[in-house]
Design a binder for this molecule. Structure first.
Ligand code: FAD
Length: 506
C-alpha cells in the first residue's frame, strides 16, 4: 500500500514536471523545456501588465511572457507549441494598444514583440527593414536621419509596426498613399507551425496577403520592409470650421479627388458636439470663445483638417495650395486657423494629447472605441441617424469623433483587411474615440451597440475596424466574401489555432 502511494505521488510529480500545461490554484503554469533556451517570465508585475490593454475593458491573464532576442526564439516557441505533447496558445503583443484583449492569451504565452526593435534603411533609401516590435515613432526618427520617411501614417506613432500591419493602419494620408499595409514590400513571418518564411507579392503571396490585416491569425511578423520616400521638413497644418455637413463632406471629397494634382498631403475631419468637450486650442486665444459659441449655437460643428508638407516655403506650389484652401473652400468665413510646424511635430501630434490626458489621469481609463468604414452613398444617413439622433442626444459625450473620406482603390482586396464590400470609390473612416469611467462604461457600450443596430436596420453596409466579435457568425459576416479564404489560410498556416486567440475568431 505504501509503495502504491509512493508510485502515485511519483507519477503526479512527473506529470507536473513534464506536461506543458499544469493548473494549480487556478493559475495555469506553462513548462518550457530547457532545450528551447527561452526564459518565461511569470513575475506578477509582468503578468499583470500583459493582462490589460489600452481598452481597459478586459482582463485576460497569460501563463507567461517571453522577451525574444531573435526571430529564432519565436520559431522555437511556436514549433514546440505546435508539436509538443500538449499545446498552449501564443499571442504576439506589441504595445498592447488593442481595445478588447485582442493581443491577449488566457493561460498561454505572450511574445513581447517590443523586444525586437531595429530599423535598417536600404542603401538606395527606398525602403527600411524594420523589426516588427519597433514603434512607428522610432521608425520615423531613424529614417529621418537619412532624409527619408514612410509615406503613410497612423495618427498615433507609439504603436508597433507588427501590431498595426495586423490591423491595417489608417490615417489622413490613406487617400493619397493607402493604409500602412499597402506600403509594405516584404515580410518575415513565423507561422503557427514555427516555420520561418519570407513573403511578398511574388514569394509566398498567400501568406503575405493573409498576414496584412490578418489580425495575427496566420503568423507572427518579425520583419517588415517598409516603403520610404523623401521626408519633408515642415507642415502647414490647417483647421477650418463648417456648420453644414454636406458642404463639409463636399469640400473633403473635392480635396481628396485632387490627390494627383496639387492637393494636400493629409486630410481628416473632426466633429465637435455641443454635449462634448470642445477642444478649441488649435485656434488663437482671441477666437476660442467664438468657436465654443458656434458649437453651442449649432449643436454640431465640423472641422476640416488638412496639411501640406514642404521643404521650401517659397515654392509656388505652397502658395497655390494655401490659395486653394483659403479661397475656394466653403468653410465659415473667419473660422480658419493655420499652424506651421516641423514634420515630426505634425506626425507626433497625438502624443501631445496623450501627455495632457496622462497628467490629468485620463489616459488609463476604459476606451469603448468604435471605428467604422461607411460607404460614401450613406454618409448623410449615418450623420443624421448616428451623429444627430444618437450621439447629440446623449447627456454628455467624451472623447474625439473623426470623420473623413478616403479612396477605396488604395486598398488591395487580396489582403485580409476588410472595408465595405460595395463598388463605391469613396468610403468614410469614422472614429468614435470615447473615454469612459468604470461607472458609465456599460452605458457607452450600449450606445455603440445602438449605433451598430441603427446601421444594420437602415441597411448601411458598414465594416468595423479594430473590432471585437465573440460570435462566429459576426466574423463570417465581417469577412463576407473573404471568409472562406481566411479560414483556409488559418488551416494552412496555423492548423492548431495557436495564434492570437484574443481575437476570438476560431
Ligand atoms: P497590439 O495591440 O499589441 O496587437 C494587435 C493585434 O496584432 C493582436 O491581435 C496581436 O496579437 C497582433 N500582433 C501584434 N504584433 C504582431 C506581430 N508582430 N505579428 C503578428 N501579429 C501581431 N490605428 C490606426 O490604424 N490608425 C490610427 O490613427 C490609430 N490611432 C491610435 C491612437 C491611439 C491613441 C491608440 C491607442 C491606438 C490607435 N490605433 C490606430 C490603433 C492601433 O492600430 C492598434 O492599437 C493596433 O493594435 C496596434 O497596437 P499595438 O502595436 O499595441 O498592437
Amino acid at each position: 500500500m505504501a509503495n502504491l502511494r509512493l508510485i502515485i505521488t511519483l507519477i503526479t510529480v512527473l506529470i507536473c514536471l513534464f506536461s506543458s500545461f499544469t493548473k494549480s490554484s487556478n493559475v495555469i503554469k506553462i513548462y518550457l523545456p530547457k532545450s528551447l533556451n527561452l526564459t518565461l517570465s511569470t513575475d506578477p508585475s509582468i503578468i499583470s501588465a500583459a493582462s490589460h490593454d489600452f481598452g481597459n475593458i478586459t482582463t485576460v491573464t497569460p501563463g507567461g511572457v517571453i522577451c525574444p532576442s531573435s526571430s529564432a526564439d519565436i520559431s522555437r516557441l511556436l514549433h514546440y507549441a505546435a508539436n509538443g505533447k500538449s499545446t498552449f496558445q501564443v499571442a504576439a503583443r506589441g504595445q498592447g494598444h488593442s481595445l478588447n484583449g485582442q493581443a491577449s492569451v488566457s493561460g498561454g504565452v505572450i511574445v513581447n514583440m517590443t523586444c525586437l526593435n531595429d530599423v535598417v534603411v536600404s542603401k538606395d533609401k527606398k525602403y527600411a527593414d524594420v523589426a516588427a516590435g519597433t514603434l512607428w515613432v522610432d521608425v520615423f526618427k531613424k529614417t529621418a536621419e537619412e532624409g527619408v520617411s514612410p509615406v503613410s501614417w497612423t495618427d498615433y506613432l507609439h504603436i508597433t509596426v507588427g501590431g498595426t500591419l495586423s490591423n491595417g493602419g489608417i490615417g489622413g494620408q490613406v487617400f493619397r498613399n493607402g493604409p500602412l499595409i499597402s506600403n509594405v514590400l516584404e515580410l518575415d513571418v513565423i507561422t503557427g507551425k514555427g516555420e520561418v518564411l519570407t513573403c511578398s507579392r511574388q514569394l509566398n503571396p498567400e501568406l503575405f496577403y493573409g498576414v496584412l490585416g490578418g489580425l495575427g491569425q496566420f503568423g507572427i511578423i518579425t520583419r517588415a520592409r517598409i516603403v520610404l520616400d523623401h521626408a519633408p521638413k515642415r507642415a502647414k497644418w490647417f483647421r477650418m470650421l463648417y456648420s453644414d455637413f454636406t458642404t463639409f463632406t463636399k469640400d473633403q471629397e473635392r480635396l481628396i479627388s485632387m490627390a494627383n494634382d496639387i492637393g494636400v498631403d493629409y486630410l481628416e475631419g473632426q466633429i465637435f458636439l455641443s454635449n462634448g468637450v470642445i477642444d478649441t486650442s488649435f485656434f488663437p486665444p482671441s477666437d476660442q470663445s467664438k468657436v465654443a459659441d458656434l458649437v453651442k449655437e449649432h449643436g454640431v460643428i465640423y472641422v476640416l483638417e488638412v496639411a501640406k508638407y514642404y521643404d521650401d516655403p517659397n515654392l509656388p506650389i505652397i502658395s497655390k495650395v494655401i490659395d486653394t484652401l483659403t479661397k475656394s473652400l466653403s468653410y465659415l468665413p473667419g473660422f480658419i486657423s493655420m499652424h506651421d510646424v516641423s514634420y515630426f511635430d505634425f506626425l507626433n501630434r497625438v502624443q501631445v494629447e496623450e501627455n495632457k490626458l496622462r497628467s490629468l489621469g485620463l489616459w488609463e481609463v476604459p476606451h469603448p472605441w468604435l471605428n467604422l468604414y461607411v460607404p460614401k452613398s450613406r454618409i448623410l444617413d449615418f450623420h443624421n441617424g448616428v451623429i444627430k439622433d444618437i450621439l447629440l442626444k446623449q447627456k454628455s459625450a467624451s472623447g474625439l469623433a473623426l470623420l473623413y473620406p478616403t479612396n477605396r482603390n488604395k486598398w488591395d482586396n487580396r489582403m485580409s483587411a476588410m472595408i465595405p464590400e460595395t463598388d463605391e470609390d469613396v468610403i468614410y473612416i469614422i472614429g468614435l474615440l470615447q473615454s469612459a469611467t468604470p461607472q458609465n462604461l456599460p452605458e457607452m457600450e450600449s450606445v455603440n451597440e445602438e449605433i451598430i443596430r441603427f446601421c444594420k436596420d437602415s441597411g448601411i453596409k458598414i465594416k468595423q475596424y479594430l473590432m471585437h466579435y465573440t460570435r462566429k457568425e459576426d466574423w463570417i459576416e465581417h469577412f463576407g466574401s473573404k471568409w472562406d479564404g481566411f479560414s483556409k489560410r488559418k488551416d494552412l498556416f496555423d492548423p492548431k489555432k495557436l495564434l492570437s486567440p484574443g481575437q476570438d475568431i476560431f
